[in-house]
Design a protein around this ligand. Sequence first.
Ligand code: FAD
Length: 274
Amino acid sequence: MMAELARVRRTIVIGGGYIGLEAAAALAKAGKSVILLEAQDRLLARVAGAPLSRFYEAEHRAHGVDIRLNVVVDSILGADGRVTGVRLADGACIAGEMVIVGIGIVPAVAPLLAAGAAGTNGVRVDAQTRTTLPDVFAIGDCALHANRFADGAEVRLESVQNANDQAVVAAKTILGIPATYDAVPWFWSNQYDLKLQTVGLSGGHDAIVVRGDPAKRSFTLVYLRAGRAIALDCVNAVRDYVQGRGLVEAGATIDPMLLGDGSIALKGMIATAK
Ligand SMILES: Cc1cc2nc3c(=O)[nH]c(=O)nc-3n(C[C@H](O)[C@H](O)[C@H](O)COP(=O)(O)OP(=O)(O)OC[C@H]3O[C@@H](n4cnc5c(N)ncnc54)[C@H](O)[C@@H]3O)c2cc1C
C-alpha cells in the first residue's frame, strides 16, 4: 500500500470496523482523501456500543474522512488492470484510485469439515482446543469455542492474543499437561492519537456506563449484562483498562452511579463488588 500511495489521491475504504477505521486513519494522516463506506447505520456496530461508534465517527469526520453509513457496495470497478472506484447497490458510482476492503473474514475450514470435523462458521473445539476429529486440534481465528466471557456462547475470536493463548493450551494438551482455555479476551486499536483497549466481549450487553468525558478524548465504556460488568472499551484510559480486567474476570456487580464516577479508581470497586 505504501508503495502505491504516491500515485493515489482519492481512496475508498469499504467497512467501518477496526481494520477499515485504522486504514482510514492512516490514509487521512498521509493526506489522502478518504471515503469510508459502511453497510450498517453506525461504525463498529459488530463489536462496540453506540457511544463508541458516535465518538469514532466524529473523530474521523474531524480528520476529513467522508463517512457514509447505510451504504452497500455492489462491485469494484476497474480499467486497464487498475481499480477506478466502486459501484453501490443503488447504482451510484464513486471514483477512487485505491480501494481497501475490510469487511471481515470467512475461516478456511472447508477441508476440516469435509474430513468430518464438527463446525459451521469455524471448526468446533472443546476447552482443550480439540476438534471432534481424533488428534486434530484447532486454534486461532478458525476455532469455534464456547466462551465464558460470551455467556457460554460459541464464538470465534480474531486476535493475536487468542491465537497465542489457544496455542499454549493445545501444546500443553498434546504434551499431557492439564490446561483449559479460559482467557479473558482483549483487543486494541490505534487510530490517530487514540489508543482503544478492549477487555471482555460486549455482545449481549443491556446497559452501558460512561466513565470520563468523551469530549476530553479520555473515557471508558463499561458494558453491563444483568448488572454484571462484561466488557470495557477504554479510549486513552490505560488505567481503567488495566484495572477493569479484574471487573470482567469477576463478572462484578457494581452500582452504575459509582462505576460512572471517573474520579474513583476501578481497582477499589473490585474489592467491594458483589
Ligand atoms: C489487517 C488486519 C489487522 C489486524 N490487526 C490486529 C491487531 O491489531 N491485533 C490483534 O490482536 N489482531 C489483529 N488482527 C487479527 C489477527 O491477525 C488474527 O487474529 C491472527 O492472525 C490469527 O492467527 P491465526 O494463526 O489463527 O490465523 P492467520 O494469521 O490468518 O494464519 C492462518 C494461516 O493459515 C493459512 N492457511 C489457510 N488454509 C490453509 C490450508 N488449507 N493449508 C495450509 N495453510 C492454510 C493461511 O494462508 C494463513 O497463513 C488483524 C487482522 C487483519 C487482517
